[in-house]
Design a binder for this molecule. Structure first.
Ligand code: ZN
Length: 130
């Protein structure tokens, strides 16, 4: 496996958690691919406020090849790539995050649905060095 994150320590990527199985939090997340990207709807775990996050296609492609998208702030949590988002209700950090495997499936679905073209996917992958 030659994928790696630039921003994390060797320890974080050596335990294979990055490509591990999805955690249970995803069961409460409704995710779909749209023209804009990968849309996740869920409830804030703290206050129950409905939240929605849309990762645009370049971000989804970056995650699918095991990279942290830039220039936004992202971090790794239990093998999931999580954007820095605050709940509008309680201002606590919320986001279910996305695993590279989920992002890969989203990219496949997006290409299939013509939301993003294969040449565009390849161009973005190249930009991330994959
Ligand atoms: Zn909240």
């Amino acid at each position: 496996m030659n994928q790696h994150f630039d921003d994390v320590s060797e320890h974080d990527i050596s335990d294979d958690s990055l490509f591990g199985s999805a955690v249970s939090v995803t069961s409460r997340v409704a995710a779909k691919t749209t023209r804009e990207g990968y849309e996740m709807s869920f409830q804030c775990g703290n206050c129950g406020n409905p939240c929605k996050v849309v990762l645009d296609w370049p971000e989804v492609v970056a995650i699918s090849v095991g990279k942290l998208p830039h220039p936004q702030n992202w971090y790794l949590q239990s093998g999931r790539v999580v954007p820095n988002l605050l709940c509008r209700g309680c201002r606590r950090s919320v986001s279910p995050g996305v695993t590279p495997e989920e992002a890969q499936r989203a990219v496949s679905a997006g290409v299939h649905a013509r939301f993003i073209s294969l040449p565009d996917v390849q161009m973005i992958r190249q930009r991330y060095g994959s």
